[in-house]
Design a protein around this ligand. Structure first.
Ligand SMILES: [Zn+2]
Length: 572
């Protein structure tokens, strides 16, 4: 008898198939056990409870293959989970991943999907397809699970379940609160799916839940009868370490390096590595510490509007359907430049296309102005983010995200920073020329991985961030006229420039810069206010709860980089 026949004969026995299915069902649990750090007690529970349930459920019919087919959604979910583990090397499927897949703005999901096709095929061929074929075979063969066997394994399953539950409940000894919806796969993945639907719903109802909100904002002081212009530039995917301003060896920010009136914050990190969570924090009083107020309150645009400013949002990125674009619609003038580009979510104008619109708004308005410019900065595909003249580092053409293309990707990325530096200097030029009392705040929504170390990580928005996704450039520029009008603000900014700050300070700093008073303003978060205080920096986790950023699962390599770039964190 040859090997194939022997295998076929072995598989014709339902008992063998039963054990095989039991093991196949917990493959994701076993991988997560290895990849995700957890207390031993939780580790034991995370394997034995799903194994017990799987073995128990497979006994319900005398042909376990039928049960496997009934549980097809689980088999598909397991495949998705294995794809994710293959890509990131850790973590259960996150809320953000479901949201990216279900929202109309799929840019971050689609850019990823373009690269994971091979991984999906691999997982399908090695896991999903064999499982389903074996299930079909189990349905076909004549053999049945004997009743004595079902009874015996029913008892063993129950015993296993009790062992798992006991182990989980003992996790308090290791300082952990056991939670089935957070600790046990696939319950945690399903809970994340529920959370994603609930969040999508809250986003959809924002206009209802925030309808009655008002800032009661006012601006009591106006300098020298001169009009005031404040510009908030929301950057995209720029990481601080890639700017010469921050100490990068390539001269990628020559204009900002020499700009008079510029204050840059060296130790600035983001509260989220995902555009759709980070930018709402930038544009509102919400923060990782208190994210849910996002749905009750309006954005910074309305605060300025209430204080008598003419408000403008000029946006060079496809944000349709997101809460961010809802915020921008609060502005008196909303220019959505993404409508000039059909097709892929990754196409956009170069960011300098914003400048003529900015010039026009500055020229046309006679009142105080508040302008948000949302750029596309350094978003993948990097080489499409700048015109030819800015291709200073070459070769820079690489359409593929491959570790072998790292130097090309890095060249293109650096060129995109060089171009951002140019765009910022042009914004400053327009403001200076206007003669208004003006100021600009620029920061990036998050950073990026570009195959920086042995982990070979790329892009951003991964379930657990890296140093590279956290450390962002954060700049404040003050015109001469502003420095004369509000000398105290400029001095305070200089005094605070070496302190640890994060994206939750933007809303309060912008209001403080402009002298806007409202009960929503917190001077202790304003970088230009003497009341500013340093606090432990939080990161917004997958369930929108705050977690100290150094506890999000950063690795040794990240801490090495944080030490190198003097990012402060608590050492406990
Ligand atoms: Zn982003």
């Amino acid at each position: 008898m040859n090997t194939l026949s022997k295998v076929k004969e072995w598989l014709s026995v339902q008992k063998h198939l039963y054990f095989l299915f039991g093991l196949l069902f917990i493959i994701p649990n076993c991988v997560l056990f290895i990849t995700d750090p957890m207390p031993v007690t939780i580790g034991i529970a995370s394997i034995t409870i799903p194994l017990a349930i799987g073995l128990g459920v497979l006994l319900l019919l005398r042909k376990p293959g039928i049960i496997v087919w009934v549980l097809l959604p689980k088999v598909i979910l397991d495949g998705g989970q294995l794809v994710l583990l293959h890509l990131f090397g850790e973590s259960v499927i996150a809320v953000d991943m479901f949201l990216n897949l279900t929202s109309s703005n799929v840019s971050e999901a689609s850019e990823l999907l373009g690269n994971i096709f091979l991984v999906i095929i691999r997982v399908f061929l090695l896991y999903t397809l064999p499982t389903l074929c074996l299930a079909a075979y189990s349905v076909k063969v004549k053999d049945h699970l004997p009743d004595v066997f079902r009874k015996k394994w029913g008892k063993i399953s129950l015993l296993l379940f009790i062992v798992g539950a006991l182990s989980g409940s003992l996790s308090f000894l290791q300082g952990h609160v056991f939670s089935v919806k957070k600790d046990i796969y696939p319950m945690n993945a399903l809970y994340n799916l529920y959370f994603a639907f609930d969040k999508a719903n809250r986003n959809k109802n924002y206009h209802l839940t925030s309808a009655d909100f008002t800032f009661n904002a006012s601006k009591p002081v106006q300098v020298d009868n001169n009009r005031e212009i404040y510009v908030l530039v929301v950057g995209e995917t720029a990481r601080a370490m890639e700017w010469s301003l921050y100490g990068y060896e390539r001269e990628t920010s020559p204009r900002m390096d020499k700009l008079p009136g510029l204050v840059y914050f060296k130790d600035a990190i983001t509260q989220s590595n995902n555009t759709h969570k980070s930018v709402p924090i930038i544009l509102s009083a919400a923060s990782a510490e208190d994210y849910d107020i996002l749905y009750q309150k309006k954005s910074i645009i309305t605060a300025f509007k209430e204080a008598g400013f003419h408000t403008v949002a000029i946006v060079n990125q496809k944000l349709t359907g997101s809460l961010i674009s809802t915020f921008y619609r609060e502005a008196d003038t909303y220019i959505d430049m993404s409508v000039f580009h059909a097709g892929s979510y990754l196409t956009s104008s170069h960011d300098d296309a914003i400048l003529p619109y900015l010039q026009k708004e500055v020229d046309d308005a006679e009142s105080n102005l508040f302008i948000v410019l949302h750029t596309y900065g350094s978003h993948f595909n990097y080489s499409e983010r700048y015109p030819k003249e800015f291709a200073f580092y070459t070769p820079d053409k690489s359409d593929r995200i491959r570790v072998t293309c790292k130097s090309k990707l890095r060249n293109a990325y650096d060129n995109s920073i060089l171009f951002t530096d140019y765009v910022l200097s042009e914004i400053v030029r327009i403001l200076e020329k206007s003669g208004a009392c003006s100021s600009m705040l620029y920061l990036s929504d998050h950073g990026e991985d570009i195959f920086d170390d042995a982990r070979a990580r790329y892009l951003h928005a991964s379930p657990i961030p890296t140093y590279y996704q956290l450390h962002i450039p954060y700049l404040l520029w003050f015109s001469d006229s502003y420095q004369r009008g509000y000398p105290g603000k400029y001095r305070q900014a200089l005094e605070h420039k070496a302190l640890p700050v994060s994206t939750n300070s933007v809303f309060h700093t912008m209001l403080d810069l402009a002298g806007i008073e409202t009960k929503e303003a917190d001077p202790s978060l304003a970088l230009t206010n003497e009341a500013f205080i340093v606090r432990s920096r939080m990161y917004l986790d997958d369930h929108d709860d705050p977690i100290p950023f150094w506890k999000v699962g950063l690795k040794k390599l990240d801490f090495e980089m944080m030490n190198k770039w003097n990012i402060s964190y608590d050492d406990e």
